[in-house]
Design a protein around this ligand. Structure first.
Ligand SMILES: Cc1ncc(COP(=O)(O)O)c(C=O)c1O
Length: 387
């Protein structure tokens, strides 16, 4: 084991089980496990393999380099889609690696054409339409405008237009009118694309939230990310257990110091926490450089991010620093340096979760797991194998 005094333990059985739960929520669709951003901080390749073992027949990677890395790691079976790149991206590499490439603009179609010709092989292309998020994707008008060129390249064998897709703005509010409106625009563009002669293999719109709450958005393929890792995309509607999900990541650390201090001791930078009594402080060797949000610092009035120590949970005392945080363990604490504490995990037995940290920091669980720092080792276990 690494000498670093903390780690993220990732349970591959949880990832497999989560994908299988997601597939059960969308029985008529295939599942694309989204593994962008180092699989939401869980580790790209091991997480991708677990997702495939759980039933994902597609993997989604925002960046071209992530998609190519999956193939280089020997992941050959599932289809892989990539979608976020700027002019000059290594599209030839993606095409040679048998990755489906998204086209969201006319310049991108030109670059995919050039890359496919250079590679000497047909590029599988998925068209992305912006149905109302106003982020990536071609507007419906721009998409319809680039369609003749795409279909001409298809007739020539340079590309194969295999998919049409889009992304929802408010999938986490399933009854919000934009969900229905975006689906309606998607349906209209789909009809136009198919009427123009495209023979699409997949149409897709649903992220985790829509996979779990909006069956009308499932089409042929669902594209969950956060739920693959066992976190609820709709915490206001239900926690992971409500959707058959289990958080895959547990972050734990060894206490680096434990000491008795007097009442009235200012704790950490700026002394925004002052001990109310003689007490015992514990030092956790993880800080904002490791992804512990500084916004989850604590004061007397507002406990900071929750940490499980033995059988109890205490809030971070004072400012979160770059490499460390301090806990007020209470006057009777029996902990010693080297004891393991847990920042977040499955939430079983009332322990803290990434969602709890998100609430403490005023953010979403996505940011808690994806920001976990590179120096925190990822350790893989398989709870089904007892590994
Ligand atoms: C295009 C696209 N599809 C799917 C996802 C997965 O979203 P979620 O993690 O909410 O399931 C994302 C993530 O933001 C995305 O950008």
């Amino acid at each position: 084991m690494s000498q670093f005094p903390a780690r993220a333990v990732v349970d591959l059985a949880a990832i497999r089980g989560n994908v299988s739960s997601l597939a059960a929520h969308a029985p008529s669709a295939q599942v694309m496990a989204v593994v962008k951003a180092d699989a939401y901080g869980h580790g790209l390749v091991p997480s991708a393999r677990a997702a495939v073992a759980g039933g994902a027949s597609w993997l989604g990677a925002a960046q071209v380099s992530e998609a190519v890395e999956l193939r280089r790691a020997g992941i050959v079976e599932p289809r892989i889609l990539t979608w976020l790149y700027a002019p000059g991206a290594p599209l030839r590499e993606a095409i040679e690696a048998d990755v489906d490439v998204t086209v969201s603009a006319a310049w991108a179609l030109d670059e995919v054409e050039a890359a496919a010709r250079a590679a000497g092989r047909t590029a599988r292309v998925q068209l992305k339409v912006d149905t109302g998020l106003s982020r990536n994707g071609a507007t419906p008008a721009d998409l319809v405008a680039l369609l003749p060129a795409a279909l001409a390249l298809q007739a020539e064998g340079v590309i194969d237009v295999v998919g049409l897709w889009s992304h929802l703005a408010l999938a986490d509010e399933p009854t919000h009118p934009t969900v229905r409106l975006q689906a309606q625009v998607f349906g209209e563009v789909l009809a136009t694309v198919e009427a123009a002669g495209a023979r699409l293999e997949v149409r897709h719109l649903a992220n985790s939230a829509a996979t779990l709450t909006t069956p009308a958005a499932h089409y042929d393929l669902v594209r969950p990310g956060i739920a693959v890792y066992g976190l609820s995309p709709v915490p206001q509607l239900g926690g992971p257990e409500e959707f058959g999900l289990v958080p895959a990541m547990t972050v734990e650390a060894e206490l680096a110091n434990v000491k008795h201090v007097h009442a009235g001791s200012g704790v950490s930078y700026a002394h925004q926490y002052v001990t109310a009594r003689d007490t015992v402080l514990g030092l956790v060797p993880l800080g904002y450089a490791d992804g512990v949000p500084r916004h989850a610092s604590g004061t007397q009035d507002h406990p900071g991010g929750p940490v499980r120590v033995g059988g109890r949970t205490v809030g971070v005392a004072g400012r979160v620093c770059m490499d460390q945080v301090v806990l007020d363990l209470g006057p009777d604490a029996a902990e010693q340096a080297g004891d393991t504490v847990e920042l977040f995990g499955t939430g079983a037995d009332g322990g803290p979760t990434a969602e709890d940290w998100a609430r403490a920091a005023g953010t979403i669980s996505y940011e808690i797991v994806t920001r976990l720092g590179a120096r925190v080792p990822r350790v893989y276990v398989d709870s089904e194998e007892g590994a």
